[in-house]
Design a protein around this ligand. Structure first.
Ligand code: NAP
Length: 333
């Protein structure tokens, strides 16, 4: 029987996930949607889906087995707590929540429930290139990972939608999560360096360089440029004791013309990670069908939140800001 899914938040990524749940993947039906903007919810609703006035009504509906949260970050805490209270599996887009206190609250509720219900939308972990890179590191043929370079370039961000802190509290979470996952390590402190600001368009603090110090002593350097114009360019390279492993360039048609020999670059995250999003939901549908979750957990969302907070502190202090995590609850080990 198909998993009956309710989607909260029918903006940009909510609509893209509804498309994949209804047109790409099997074993799933979108039976309900809701959005603060009722008109947007109604126009995004697939045929036959009920449009609910509030997330709470959707979560409690008998016609919803599992929930996908695509609202904006500050709304996630309440919606996650309601899903856990209802005992329903929930896929939550990143960020899990927007404060350490909220992450601890969600984690406490899930631990009290007694098993994982929450999966966080860190889709890079489902990307075939990242999975092959991790397999090389875990295979240990190159020795221990010592340094990782993560490049996160976005063509542009909609003007006025984000505060100046967006690169650190919204974008960095992906690099933080993939670093922890690739290196099987935790982040113990964070430094931020702010170069000359790009004059392109907005008042964002852009670009930024972030240094993540891992518990093992490995160091990750992250370049975040969110307004770089030429495309969505994601790179990663791990330097190990006896060799280097890197993400490949994405396969693309090679064009030769008067401008030279060139390949197209993805326009945005939807294009670059299209298969990763499909795979993340493929695996979630199976786990949620069994009343649980797989992959990135509330613990991982908590870790990413701490990194974002530490990065914002580091901008102000100019210092290396430490991260202190609680002891990992059993359900996340
Ligand atoms: P968006 O286009 O602004 O969509 C968010 C939608 O949720 C909007 O329609 C918004 O309505 C609605 N909403 C806000 N608060 C709500 C609430 N309390 N209850 C119900 N609906 C609510 O944003 P987006 O780009 O789709 O991003 C949504 C989430 O996905 C964010 O957390 C974002 O960080 C994440 N995201 C993840 C990735 C990824 O790579 N994994 C990529 C993009 C986005 P209003 O516009 O009226 O406020």
């Amino acid at each position: 029987m198909a998993l009956k899914v309710g989607v909260i938040g029918t903006g940009m990524i909510g609509q893209d996930h509804i498309r994949r749940l209804t047109q790409v993947l099997s074993g799933v039906d979108v039976t309900a949607v809701t959005d603060i903007d009722a008109t947007r919810a109604a126009s995004a609703a697939p045929e036959g889906a009920e449009v609910f006035a509030t997330p709470q009504d959707l979560i409690r509906s008998d016609n919803v087995d599992a929930i996908v949260i695509c609202s904006w970050g500050p709304a996630h805490e309440e919606q996650l707590l309601d899903c856990i209270a209802a005992g329903k599996a929930v896929f939550c887009e990143k960020p899990l929540v927007t404060s350490e206190a909220a992450a601890l609250k969600v984690m406490a509720a899930e631990v009290e429930f007694g098993k994982r219900l929450v999966q966080v939308g860190f889709m890079r972990r489902f990307d075939a290139d990242y999975r092959r890179l991790k397999a090389v590191i875990d295979g240990n043929t190159l020795g221990a990972p010592l340094m990782y370079k993560s490049v996160h370039r976005n063509a542009s961000v909609p003007e006025g939608l984000y505060t100046s802190e967006m690169p650190l509290n919204d974008t960095l979470v992906h690099d933080a999560d993939i670093s922890r996952w690739l290196l099987s390590d935790e982040i113990s402190s964070v430094e931020v360096r702010v170069p000359r600001r790009s004059t392109r368009g907005t008042d964002l603090r852009d670009p930024v360089m972030v240094m993540l110090h891992m518990q093992s002593g490995a160091i990750v350097d992250v370049e975040i440029s969110v307004n770089i114009s030429y495309g969505y360019d994601i790179r990663g390279e791990v330097s190990c004791e006896t060799g280097v492993a890197a993400l490949p360039n994405r396969p693309a048609t090679v064009i030769s013309d008067q401008y030279g020999i060139r390949q197209a670059i993805p326009e945005d995250w939807r294009e670059r990670f299209i298969e990763a999003y499909d795979q993340e939901f493929r695996e979630w549908i199976v786990a949620a069908g069994q009343g649980g979750a797989t992959g990135p957990s509330t613990w991982d969302g908590y870790a990413a939140t701490l990194v974002a907070d530490a990065a914002l502190r580091a901008v102000d202090t100019g210092a290396r800001e430490p991260i202190t995590m609680i002891e990992k609850p059993e359900i996340y080990s």
